[in-house]
Design a protein around this ligand. Structure first.
Ligand code: FMN
Length: 337
């Protein structure tokens, strides 16, 4: 069985990659991810706010993850390990690159892209086999146009790409008015990979305190649908590697993402719930399914259900939406409905 895949120019043993999370915030954590079976590790992000000596909002993200899942406490790192400045980040990266055999991908999480070129260069010279650029940008200003947002992403990519000697992937949000066109622009601007999609964390309201509460929830499997559709629609149509992130709860989601056309499938929530060794559970599950279905390689199954390859390409488009609405039957027995 050949599980190998190529993602953003990196040859991976299989497609299951640990995405950026506190699990990679220490050398021990990175080793556990390798031992647990990850084919590559994306380091937790170096945040732009850290470069500017400000407090990053990731603080409550990490706290929420550990509180909600008691079983994760044993391997969930202390916050101070997660929230580091550039010097400690570079030091961890250097040690990790020496300690593990799997590729370590560094992650930059920025809004403006300013000042990133120098860090991109340093990271690529410090053992990172690739860089992941997460432009976590919420354009709330009514004066900022969609065109401005698009240019903002492209400028950040261009700056990092020009400075980096290793492949660069862009972790993007789905909130572009023309996602396919945008993906092609990213590819043309030199992105080696696209990570679909960044999950914007939505605040909630506390009705007793009348306050806004940070409310990080780990993903559920139903959340694969949005990235699944876009990967299926983009596969084979733009010249860039595709990685899926969001909603992997078990082997089925990995299989679906591969059938859609993903080159790599990333996971965080499942590892926070089940521990780093869950990577191997995912790989074993995928392998068993491939054996049952007669697939000899991941290459063979990649994109088998992409829009270009399915018998009914409208399954991904508007025509299917209308059919789906027509086919709905009410499972409730309310009279008169
Ligand atoms: C506690 C926590 C911390 C995270 N930290 C980062 C980060 O530093 N950088 C980043 O790009 N994504 C970060 N993510 C997002 C994950 O990499 C991933 O894209 C997201 O959780 C969706 O994947 P999942 O459904 O497998 O969890 C974090 C997620 C969680 C839950």
């Amino acid at each position: 069985m050949d599980l190998s895949t190529r993602y953003m120019g990196l040859d991976l043993r299989h497609p299951v990659v640990a995405s950026a999370s506190p699990l990679s915030s220490s050398l021990d954590g990175i080793r556990r991810l390798e031992d647990g079976g990850a084919a590559a590790v994306v380091l937790f992000s170096l945040f732009e706010e850290q470069l500017h000596q400000e407090i990053a909002s990731v603080e409550h993200l990490a706290a929420a993850g550990s509180e909600s899942f008691a079983e994760s406490l044993s391997y969930f790192p202390e916050l101070e390990e997660y929230h580091v400045g550039p010097d400690r980040y570079l030091d961890l990266l250097r040690r990790a690159a020496e300690a593990v055999d799997i590729p370590v991908i560094a992650s930059l999480n920025c809004v403006t892209g300013d000042g990133w070129a120098d860090y991109a260069r340093q990271l690529s010279e410090t053992g990172a086999r690739g860089l992941e650029l997460n432009v976590y940008y919420l354009p709330a200003d009514p004066a900022v146009s969609g065109q401005h947002v698009e240019q903002h992403y492209l400028d950040a990519l261009a700056a990092v790409k020009a400075a980096s000697s290793v492949p660069v992937a862009l972790k993007v949000s789905p909130y572009f008015s023309a996602m396919a066109h945008m993906a092609r622009q990213f590819a043309q601007a030199g992105a080696d990979g696209l990570v679909l999609f960044n999950r914007f964390y939505q605040p909630d309201f506390d009705l007793e305190e009348l306050s806004v509460t940070p409310n990080l929830q780990l993903s559920e499997r139903a959340e694969i649908r949005l990235p699944l559709r876009w990967i299926a629609m983009l596969h084979g149509r733009i010249d860039v590697s595709l990685a899926a992130t969001t909603g992997v709860a078990g082997p089925d989601e990995v299989i679906k993402y591969l059938l859609a056309g993903a080159d790599a499938v990333m996971t965080t929530s499942a590892l926070l719930r089940n521990g780093p060794a869950f990577c191997q559970t995912l790989v074993t599950g995928v392998t068993e399914w491939m054996e049952r279905r007669g697939y000899d390689s991941v290459a063979e199954m990649k994109g088998a259900l992409s829009q270009q390859r399915v018998a009914d390409p409208t399954a991904f488009a508007r025509a299917n939406y209308i059919r789906m609405l027509e086919s709905w039957t009410n499972p409730y027995t309310l009279s008169g409905v």
